[in-house]
Design a protein around this ligand. Sequence first.
Ligand code: RIB
Ligand code: CA
Length: 309
Amino acid sequence: MSIPVIIDCDPGHDDAIALLLAVASPELEVLGVTTVAGNTTLDKTTRNALTVLELAGRPDIPVAAGAAAPLARELVIAEYIHGESGLDGPVLPEPSGSPVHQSAPSFMAELIRSSQKPVTLIPTGPLTNIAQLLRDHPDVIERVRAITFMGGAAEIGNITPSAEFNIYVDPEAADEVVNCGLPVTMIGLEVTHQALFGDREADLLRGRNQSSQFVAELLDFFVARHPRTYATPGAPVHDVVAVAHVIDPTLVTTERCGVKIDTGDGLGRGRTVVDRWHVTDWDENLDVGFGLDRDAFARLLFERLETLP
Ligand code: RIB
Ligand code: CA
């Protein structure tokens, strides 16, 4: 039986690949996609989500635009990684479709209330929309099966030495989500930095079907942006790991930890403080990812891309 999911994203190269994996996987029923500002501005993340779904042959999946800015801070974007369009690299058509007229939180609430089964939320951008959903529609809590988000890190950062981008952009939203009381899994940098894709993977995908070719061109740009930014060989396809974990929970090994968010404005802004060794009496509120079966993950992605147009 498929798991009903809503993907809340900020495409973004890795978000785009995550969307492709989700719609190509029979284990998931993608009820809808919601967008948030993060990798780029909301108008662009929304346009990009529509474009990717059309490329995947799924223009039927509704898209709702959400927050153009964090709950309480100025927006920070990542054009240095994703380029001006948010999906630089491939030449992409403008989408023919448009987002629904509802805001992301009310759209998510409607989908959750009308779903026959509890819904899993998969946020792969700043958590602003999820926090707003829980604020505006607290009744849906009992109909949410779980939240599996890409974000945070136990020991490292990527936008600062302390913080991972999604959490850094909206620490207040992250604080509300990690303390919402639902089953929440954190797919952080310790896991996603094991999901490095480089020229080898791009070349394996190039020239196959349209979707694989699209991913190859995304990787060409994404990988080229990383050596100048990170020491890693290749680029971490962060968001794809979050979707893959919902599809197959054996891919990522997790540990139950107490996690708090630094919502200050100092060096620790946006840090996910993870008590991995249980040195505090904090509530153990998250399942935190640490290990990845990288080969099985890559196999899953490549196999599912083959099933798309
Ligand atoms: O830090 C990586 C995360 O920030 C990914 O979700 C990427 O798409 C950006 O949103
Ligand atoms: Ca993202």
